[in-house]
Design a protein around this ligand. Structure first.
Ligand SMILES: NC(=O)c1ccc[n+]([C@@H]2O[C@H](COP(=O)([O-])OP(=O)(O)OC[C@H]3O[C@@H](n4cnc5c(N)ncnc54)[C@H](OP(=O)(O)O)[C@@H]3O)[C@@H](O)[C@H]2O)c1
Length: 299
């Protein structure tokens, strides 16, 4: 049974059909690589400290990809945390590669996906991956329709071989989720979503009805951190930071939302983990709900 209360780290959630239970506030590791998600971080010891402090504080859900760095982020996770504590769930993703020009290119052939699994296993130091998201490349501003059946079928085959335990999706449309579910069980969906970008409201509610977690990437706005006078006003009144309010709003938005805020800073990590202890009144939630309407008005 999933806990709907917030409490420390937002309560717990079990990925459907699995024995994997995580705290609702987890950690996204993308920020641990160097600038532009490329190369080593400026402060490798700081990156290790962030991971160790998160896990010591109870974080047991880490999101990563072998194409962060590339390879670097997974290698830092391994250096910081291997042998991994019992109960730590590392979720990775496949579907992209980083050529030397530092761009993000699709890597979606059966061979690409198989190689991607082996890269993750090697760099994380694992025999099997807990959850692998197929990350569709989509369009510049988000997911694009188109069949993902071939890629999901390849992941299902890699699961049969024991290299993957569970399959999720990322950067996908509702139709793609349904297409994938006709092929295999889907245990999570990871799309771009936050206070200001709410294109997935309907999808979140559909997944909630199925007990499937929705994991927003860019929960704090990603490369363009959230900025809103309403958010700042609310945060000031609650003696919290805007980022904490943005995270607490996500926890309250739906009980199937799991958080993976990214940071390279121990101070920001502590701030983000404390978001589970903030309370938002119905009036404040209503005020915050108005931010998306304002943010999306010009489009
Ligand atoms: N599936 C996908 O396609 C996809 C795409 C993007 C990301 N992701 C995953 O989602 C995770 C989260 O996304 P994200 O890291 O890109 O974006 P995010 O969590 O929305 O925001 C990260 C940015 O916010 C800053 N930040 C974090 N906590 C802060 C705080 N308390 N106060 C002020 N600034 C703060 C970080 O800088 P500092 O380092 O200075 O704290 C960083 O610049 C990633 O780490 C990655 O694992 C997945």
């Amino acid at each position: 049974m999933n806990e709907m209360t917030e409490g420390t780290l937002g309560g717990r959630f079990t990925f459907p059909g699995t024995s994997l239970t995580v705290q609702r506030i987890g950690y996204g590791a993308m920020q641990l690589a160097g600038p532009g998600v490329w190369g080593p971080p400026k402060d490798p010891d700081g990156a290790i400290a962030v991971l160790r402090e998160g896990v010591a504080a109870g974080v047991n859900h880490i999101d990563t990809a072998d194409f962060y760095g590339p390879h670097i982020t997974n290698q830092i996770i391994r250096q910081a945390l291997h042998p991994y504590p019992t109960g730590l769930v590392i979720v990775t993703k496949l579907g992209a590669r980083r050529p030397p020009d530092k761009s993000w290119q699709p890597a979606i052939s059966p061979q690409d996906l198989t190689d991607g699994v082996h890269d993750n296993l090697r760099n994380l130091g694992l025999d099997a991956l807990d959850i692998v998201n197929y990350r569709a490349m989509g369009a510049i501003h988000g997911p694009a329709e188109g069949s993902i059946a071939e890629q999901v079928t390849v992941l299902a085959e890699l699961r049969r071989k024991g290299l993957i335990r569970h399959i999720g999706l990322s950067n996908v449309t509702a139709a793609q989720v349904a297409e994938a579910q006709a092929i295999t069980d889907i245990v999570c969906v990871q799309n771009s979503y936050n206070l200001a970008q709410r294109h997935d409201d309907t999808l979140i509610d559909d997944l909630a009805r199925q007990g499937i977690p929705y994991v927003p990437f860019f929960p704090l706005g990603g490369f363009t951190p959230l900025q809103s006078s309403t958010l700042s006003d609310v945060a000031g009144r609650l003696e919290a930071t805007p980022m904490q309010v943005a995270l607490t709003w996500l926890l309250r938005r739906s009980p199937n939302i799991l958080l993976i805020p990214g940071t390279s800073s121990v101070a920001h990590l502590r701030e983000n983990l404390a978001a589970g202890q903030l309370t938002l009144s119905p009036q404040v939630l209503e005020e915050l709900d108005g931010i998306a309407a304002t943010a999306e008005a010009p489009h």
